[in-house]
Design a protein around this ligand. Structure first.
Ligand code: AHR
Length: 506
């Protein structure tokens, strides 16, 4: 396919909030225990954190990290995770049918974040708990005056406040699987009351109210409308969660996932702005896309995967949700990142779900190595290169037909511009056709007043799109240099079928 595009610095979407490159760490499976925390591991530091994992998380480039769940948070007592470790209770975690040892809690997780250089984003439990417990946690974490809670914080080794800025008002409260699941009116009223009280304690917090667990939820749309009717004045963000997977070996359909994500975002923006209109308000609610990824949640027979742990024992750190990602997954994943950037004006925060071992870009083996999954590469490269402002890059490359979404662009792209240069991210969604893309750089060259050259390029593509990195073959899939060159005002790129390309121009 011969494809064309135009890169114009005036075609600006918005500045990019660094929080778009967030992550998510839940007490789930081997995420914390035997993931980031493994005291007996040869690479463990004095606090039991694996330094090999810390190095990989740094390389990944995650801005803020949502914690401690997820479904887990809806049954969590945060006080279980503070104070002397030896005195902390072991508890049943109903969400993941596991035993939580509470060896890692708020202080330990913050210590780990200090090492990886990411900010904390906390979720409060609005499942089994309510406003008072959320206030207790906020006071413990953020209050800067002497109280019973801050005295306890100081006794536990932290005199200065944690200063947590972003807070999620519960997790996926629209989901029947959620402990304490509520209807939209009941949740909206509780979230509004909790948000108001939290702001009385700390006016500087930014609050995220729960949107839908996916666009396919039966309550999608009406949930957002009702919840925002209750909370519009009290919150800054509404959340979106979405996971994608290949069904029935239909890679072409899977490769349209970015379009589903775009429609999800655009629908939620429309609903939020419609609520604003009825309130005659200029306020704009932003989106926190605080769970997104590829996740093989469903088996080929339609049953939910990962539920074999239900019933029987209550293990500590079982192997749950340990998806192995192949090159095709990484291309879809990269397209999801492009989609987030294309909506940078309203998606001001996003969290890749999750980070280590659990549907994760980083895998570990107890006592053994840590390695990068295929999805690691698009995340780390995009996080590093997508700086400054996001630019629209319309591409003409033809379409294919998706059963669910109709006509879908075969090639999707976005660019970013900062003081040092321009980055372009392009996905070829076609399973059959490679594309030669010619990008007209004339508007860019005119604005910069100088020509540009390719200074860095990366291609994610495998002839076997199901190739993955495994414990036995940890570097099977990676990125290599893309076929990219600038002649005059034209950037030429060769885009293999099912591929992702990132190019840095300076
Ligand atoms: O990320 C795994 C789970 O997916 C989270 O616990 C939950 O919020 C979502 O359903």
């Amino acid at each position: 396919t011969e494809a064309t595009a135009r890169l114009d610095p005036h075609d600006e979407i918005a500045d990019i909030d660094r929080r778009l490159f967030g992550g998510f760490v839940e007490h789930l499976g081997r995420h914390i225990y035997d993931g980031i925390f493994e005291p007996g591991h040869p690479s463990a530091d004095a606090d039991g954190f694996r330094t090999d994992v810390i190095e990989l998380v740094k390389e990944l480039g995650v801005s803020s990290i949502r914690y401690p769940g997820g479904n887990f948070v809806s049954g969590y007592r945060w006080e279980d995770g503070i104070g002397p470790v030896a005195e902390r209770p072991r508890r049943l975690d109903l969400a993941w049918h596991s035993t939580e040892t509470n060896e890692v809690g708020l202080h330990e997780f913050q210590a780990w974040l200090d090492r990886v250089g990411s900010d904390l984003m906390l979720a409060v439990n609005l499942g089994t708990r309510g406003t008072q417990e959320a206030l207790d946690l906020l006071e413990y974490a953020n209050a800067d005056t002497r109280t019973a809670w801050t005295d306890q914080r100081a006794e536990n080794g932290r005199a200065a406040p944690f200063g947590v800025k972003m807070w999620c008002l519960g997790n996926e409260m629209d989901g029947p699987w959620q402990i304490g699941h509520k209807n939209a009116d009941d949740y909206g009223a509780l979230a509004s009351q909790t948000a108001k009280a939290m702001r009385m304690l700390d006016p500087g917090v930014e609050l995220v109210v729960c949107g839908s667990s996916s666009r396919s939820m039966p309550t999608f749309g009406s949930w957002e409308r009702t919840v925002l009717e209750h909370t519009f004045d009290d919150v800054d963000f509404i959340s979106c969660h979405s996971y994608y997977q290949e069904y029935d070996g239909n890679a072409q359909e899977f490769l349209a996932s970015g379009v589903d994500m775009a429609r999800f975002i655009e629908s939620v923006v429309s609903i939020a702005d419609a609520v604003a209109a009825t309130k005659k308000s200029d306020k704009r609610i932003m989106i926190s896309f605080d769970e997104w990824n590829v996740w093989y949640l469903f088996n080929p027979d339609g049953t939910e995967s990962g539920h074999e742990f239900k019933g029987g024992a209550w293990p500590v750190a079982p192997r749950l949700l340990e998806d192995e990602y192949h090159a095709l997954d990484a291309v879809v994943f990269a397209d999801l990142m492009i989609t987030l950037l294309q909506h940078a004006d309203r998606v001001r925060s996003a969290s890749l779900a999750q980070l280590v071992n659990v549907i994760a870009p980083i895998m570990t083996e107890p006592g053994g190595p840590a390695w990068r999954q295929t999805t690691f590469f698009p995340f780390s490269i995009t996080s590093r290169l997508a700086q400054g402002r996001a630019l629209r890059v319309p591409v003409s490359a033809g379409t294919f037909t998706s059963d669910k979404l109709g006509e879908v662009e075969a090639v999707n792209a976005v660019a970013t511009i900062d003081d040092e240069g321009v980055s372009l991210f392009v996905v070829n969604r076609s399973t059959t056709d490679a594309a030669s893309l010619r990008v007209d750089l004339e508007p860019l060259v005119r604005v910069l007043g100088r020509e540009v050259a390719v200074v860095e390029s990366h291609l994610m593509h495998e002839d076997d799109m199901y190739a993955a990195n495994t414990l036995e073959d940890r570097e099977r899939v990676g990125v290599r240099e893309a076929e990219a060159s600038v002649v005059g005002d034209v950037l030429s790129l060769t885009l293999p079928a099912v591929s992702w390309t990132a190019v840095r121009l300076a």
